[in-house]
Design a protein around this ligand. Sequence first.
Ligand code: 5AD
Length: 346
Amino acid sequence: MDSYQLISRAETTHNLTEAELLQILQDSKTDPALFAAADRVRKKYVGNAVHLRALIEFTNICRNSCSYCGLRCQNQAVTRYRMNVEQIYTLAQKAAQWGYKTIVLQGGEDPFFTAELLVPLLRRIKALGLAITLSIGERPRCDYEAFKQAGADRYLLRIETTDKALYEKYNPGMSFENRLRCLQDLKQLGYETGTGILVGLPGQTPLSLAKDILFFKHLGADMIGLGPFIPNPDTPLKDAPAPQLLPALKVMALTRLLLPDINIPATTAMETLEPQGRQKALQCGANVIMPNITEGEARVNYALYPGKAAAAQAPQNLQEQLAQNLKKIGRYIGTGYGGHPPQRHC
Ligand code: 5AD
């Protein structure tokens, strides 16, 4: 079957085999058709609302040494910071005042933030009426359970790549099995579970990307965050080839075809690569934006990769500007919690 036929069939069946995914990934002539199909599926299943998640990057201290990431513990070029509980709570309060319905608490794997410390904070934040997403890496199941009971609703943990050899090469000291265990625990505990990958890691093949997409479906992911790998000069992968937006957009579009009603953010890495990257993503399947509301030095020092988009942009007035830009492409800021599965939209 030619790629056009595969895309059009997937638009209604939401299924593609590994070989079919591979064919589309390797076919560039059908890219416009793929993006248009993903955009229609997005509109049909999750509508024109774009859900905002206020991102709080509360610590850049990390015990891991991922070869692609600027927060790796060996990197001495980054100034480390750790917010205290009151600072985090104050930012959450601001997010609620500014009308956000969800906050994302994201950080490196910082052993300082024990479950004992986080649980009371989560309870207080929950009382603000916010949905809480955590993105704080691998933890024992009992921690995930405690966070859930304290009010956490969602959890983001990218698998980064489903190629086990590649995973273990770029995440030294970490185990692929443990990462899978974490994702399964999160699903079982009833979290809306998000995962995702880096697109364009050296040694990653189109076949590996096809397998990644099938993994998202197999897991029953509620959210998928993916973006281009952007080489960071302070990491071992500094000399990797220049990053590209297109392959990441293709993986995103295929993900939308196969998991039609999930939440997919237009990620910061996409915006960093191209000024219109975010808008392109929103027109290739994405339906979520995660404005970074981290303030001050912390905002500058959460340096995963160079040029992290809008590092200097002030969080205030952001929504107004965003609403105007969204309006130009027929979209609007969602007013609900924007969870998964979606509430029926009209
Ligand atoms: N380029 C793009 N994304 C990166 N991440 C880490 N380093 C980079 C990079 N150099 C992503 C990882 C991680 C998320 C928080 O940021 O996928 O899960």
